[in-house]
Ligand binder design. Structure first.
Ligand code: IMP
Length: 202
């Protein structure tokens, strides 16, 4: 069976990917399960570049005889009124160890004077795969929303409490995980990559 190494240390992402790709004839394992832990410098300018940087680094660490597909993702929040910030720096914004309560409060403060129609934002997720023969596949998906006026909801993680979906009148932190996966940037990107890989594996 084709092996896919998913370049993440995040168990939640791993579980989500296994669920989304469960119909593919493949076995998905983490970097740790594959015995890999390369140093990765995520210094790309775009989410797609960073996903490729991660996937290539793990593919290189696994060596030319790996036989496995290596997959990686990169995601974040783009706020239009802040010139796309925090963007590719979403995880590092104000420091990795700063709580999201503080990060979200700071972003809301920076958005203080921004009128409703200019509060547009999106979560972006890029997924890259490096195939055993060196071919590279990429997908990029988004979910569009608005920056709210106060944090709302206790589900999700990161910037979810300030990311508001006008059509549903909730923040993404107020959605159940399955409902979020059905419409989220990551859910859409993982399903798009699953489809591309299905073409390769058949
Ligand atoms: P990654 O794990 O390198 O892709 O980092 C993504 C960062 O972007 C996270 O640490 C969050 O700050 C933010 N982010 C990405 N997706 C979401 C989401 O679905 N909800 C909230 N924050 C997100």
């Amino acid at each position: 069976m084709q092996k896919i190494i998913f370049a993440t240390g995040n168990e939640n992402k791993l579980r989500e990917v296994r669920e989304i790709m469960r119909d593919l004839p493949c076995e998905i394992c983490s970097m740790r399960e594959a015995g890999l832990d390369p140093e990765i410098r995520e210094d790309g300018d775009t989410f797609t570049e960073n996903a490729l940087i991660k996937a290539r680094a793990v593919a290189a660490a696994a060596g030319p005889a790996r036989g496995a597909i290596v997959m990686a993702d990169d995601s974040g929040l783009e706020i239009d009124a802040l010139n796309g910030e925090p963007g590719v720096h979403s995880a590092r914004y104000m420091g990795e160890d700063t709580s999201y309560e503080i990060k979200n409060a700071a972003l809301l403060k920076r958005m203080d004077q921004v009128p409703a129609e200019q509060r547009t934002a999106r979560f972006v997720c890029a997924v890259a795969a490096v195939l055993p023969d060196g071919r590279e596949l990429t997908v990029r998906e988004t979910i569009e929303g608005r920056i709210g006026y106060e944090p709302r909801g206790g589900n999700g993680f990161g910037y979810d409490p300030i990311f508001y979906l006008p059509d549903l009148s909730v923040s993404t932190a107020e959605l159940d995980p399955e409902d979020k996966n059905a419409i989220s940037h990551r859910g859409k990107a993982m399903r798009a990559m699953a489809q591309k890989l299905a073409g390769v594996l058949s």
